[in-house]
Design a protein around this ligand. Structure first.
Ligand code: AMP
Length: 391
């Protein structure tokens, strides 16, 4: 069984072709600059193929992808593709799990597209393109928000006028659900039980922390949009909304511009003035740059705040997992966070933490909470869901 896992953006389309017999990636790559000019990169068998091509729209990207799968001998026939799984950012409360695409699903997606205007319409373009190019192959949709649908009303409501929720759907939806679910599945295998309390820290350029009890999301740090929660590469995370009017007035900005500042010019980039990239920040931190030290400490502090909150919410934690670009690679961030958690009995094994590559347990034997690093794999999760649905 071979499944295509697709992540379509407004001007890009990423794909992974996965062999589900052993869950290995056969080929992957990206089509970029769709609607501008166009180029693709495909990785297969240790080779990298790059070419500039005309990509007027997502249909062009999908047609060329399918052509290349044959021409590069990645598959002998397109009949080998058993299903196509699509990442969709926002499923609102209409979707609490992955589903097979049909007309009803497309209608529902259309009705909620304005909740993620930068992502959902692009995700839908990807689905439409595959429906056209491979009409006999089932498509599925896998939502970033679905895993978080188990949050209670007490958790997902904001303390604002109740009719904002009723009239406008204002509530917490969360994101990165596919990644947090993957981490939960992996921990289920490691701990050999599905009854545990887990705090999953997906910290990459975007970042969210999720509290999981017995496999179900109890709370998550992102909110109505991914702007909420911990500070991120360029996003502020939670701030007092009253800071906006004085800056808007002083800088003559409208609401879109100031929200853009919170999304694109804040977080690690905004506070440090150095970069949004943790590698650059770490370099400056190692040279004792004052702003880098301040930013790194604030970053670790925001993550700690959420872990501590969820520790109390869950009534303790069996495990804390770090994942995504920073969680998987920055031993300094992991160390700063875990040092903040010493009062909870979290004890990091410094050697294991510094020398960790890939999946590893990095806490000591005596640590009251087990700490792990687990590389996330959202593409595989999408393919697993697709396989399950089409079986
Ligand atoms: P992601 O969004 O999951 O791709 O993560 C991107 C973030 O991971 C960026 O801030 C990168 O700087 C960070 N990252 C990747 N590799 C490393 C590394 N070796 N050390 C520190 N940060 C890293």
């Amino acid at each position: 069984m071979k499944i295509l896992s697709i992540n379509a953006g407004s001007s890009s389309l990423k794909f992974s072709l996965i062999n589900m017999e052993n869950e290995s990636v056969i080929a992957n790559g990206v089509f970029e600059r769709i609607g501008i000019d166009g180029q693709y990169t495909i990785k297969f068998n240790g080779e990298k193929y790059t070419e500039e091509v005309t990509l007027k729209d997502h249909n062009d990207a999908v047609n060329i992808l399918l052509e290349k799968l044959i021409n590069l001998n990645i598959v002998k026939s397109l009949d080998e593709i058993d299903g196509v799984g699509h990442r969709v950012v926002q499923g609102k409360d209409l979707f609490d799990k992955s589903v097979i695409v049909d007309d009803e699903v497309m209608k529902k997606l259309d009705s909620i597209k304005h909740f993620a205007p930068l992502h959902n319409p692009a995700n839908m373009l990807g689905i439409e393109a595959f429906k056209k190019a491979l009409p006999n192959v089932p498509n599925t949709v896998v939502f970033d928000t679905a895993f978080h649908q188990t949050m209670s009303k007490e958790t997902f409501l904001y303390p604002v006028p109740y009719d904002w929720y009723q009239k406008y759907g204002i509530r917490k939806y969360g994101a990165h659900g596919t990644s947090h679910r993957y981490i939960n599945e992996t921990m289920t295998k490691i701990l050999n039980t599905n009854k545990f309390k887990l705090i999953s820290c997906h910290i990459g350029n975007g970042a969210s922390i999720t509290a999981i009890k017995d496999g179900k999301c109890v709370d998550t740090s992102m909110g109505f949009t991914p702007l909420a929660g911990v500070m991120m590469g360029t996003r502020s995370g939670d701030v007092d909304p009253s800071i906006l009017p004085p800056v808007m007035e002083a800088e003559n900005k409208n609401i879109d511009q100031i929200i853009n500042d919170l999304n694109k010019h804040s977080g690690i980039l905004g506070l440090s003035g150095i970069s949004s990239d943790m590698r650059d920040l770490t370099e400056a931190y190692n040279k004792s740059d004052e702003k880098a030290i301040l930013t790194m400490r604030k970053y670790a502090r925001r993550i700690t705040d959420y872990i501590a909150q969820y520790y109390v919410l869950l009534g303790g934690a069996d495990a804390i997992v770090f994942t995504a670009g920073i969680g998987e690679n920055s031993f300094i961030v992991r160390k700063l966070v875990c040092d903040n958690l010493k009062c909870l009995g979290v004890e990091l094994d410094d050697d294991k933490n510094s020398n960790c590559h890939g999946q590893a347990k990095i806490s000591t034997k005596n640590s009251k909470v087990q700490v792990y690093v687990i590389p996330t794999d959202e593409e595989l999760m999408i393919a697993r869901d697709t396989l399950e649905l089409i079986k």
